[in-house]
Write a protein that binds this ligand. Structure first.
Ligand code: MG
Length: 161
């Protein structure tokens, strides 16, 4: 069997004074953004971990340590592109990704297509093969109180050649 799947999960705090970037898309007028050593793009980070998981190549913290100044303020879509290149070097290519962002606000639906295009381009697949979903936590827990956002992703890879 030459296909493999991997899961990814990430969460970041929402804070004042940061732009909100999800799936490489800047969400204008969000009020708050995700805190992180990089740009805090929780969706891109979950996708990165799903890819690395499927390829058996560790996790995002191993490849881009948050103690490394090179990744301060990093564009996470750029990191995702680097990870895709790394998978390709190991003989893997991305077939499909499905992801969910969990947050109470803002409304993300108008940005869905842009996120799909941006993430799909970074991993070299069509936007129809990269699904993005949005869910709330129904007011429960830290995410329900709007203290942060989380994201989940599942990636499917297959062996090239
Ligand atoms: Mg992260």
């Amino acid at each position: 069997m030459s296909e493999r799947s991997g899961i990814g999960y990430d969460s970041h705090r929402l804070v004042e004074g940061r732009p909100l970037i999800l799936g490489g898309v800047v969400i204008e007028n969000a009020g708050r953004g995700l805190l992180g050593h990089s740009d805090g793009d929780v969706l891109a980070h979950a996708v990165i971990d799903a890819l690395l998981g499927a390829a058996g190549l560790g996790d995002i913290g191993q490849h881009f340590p948050d103690t490394d100044e090179r990744y301060a303020g990093a564009d996470s879509i750029d990191l995702l592109g680097q990870v895709n290149g790394f998978l390709n070097e190991h003989g893997w290519r991305v077939v499909h990704v499905d992801a969910t962002v969990i947050c109470e606000a803002p409304r993300l639906d108008p940005h869905r297509d842009d996120m799909r295009i941006s993430l799909a381009e970074a991993v070299g697949i069509g936007a129809r093969e990269l699904n993005v979903k949005f869910s709330t936590n129904e007011g429960m827990g830290a995410i329900g109180r709007g203290e942060g956002m989380a994201a989940l992703a599942v990636a499917t890879l297959d062996r090239m050649g």
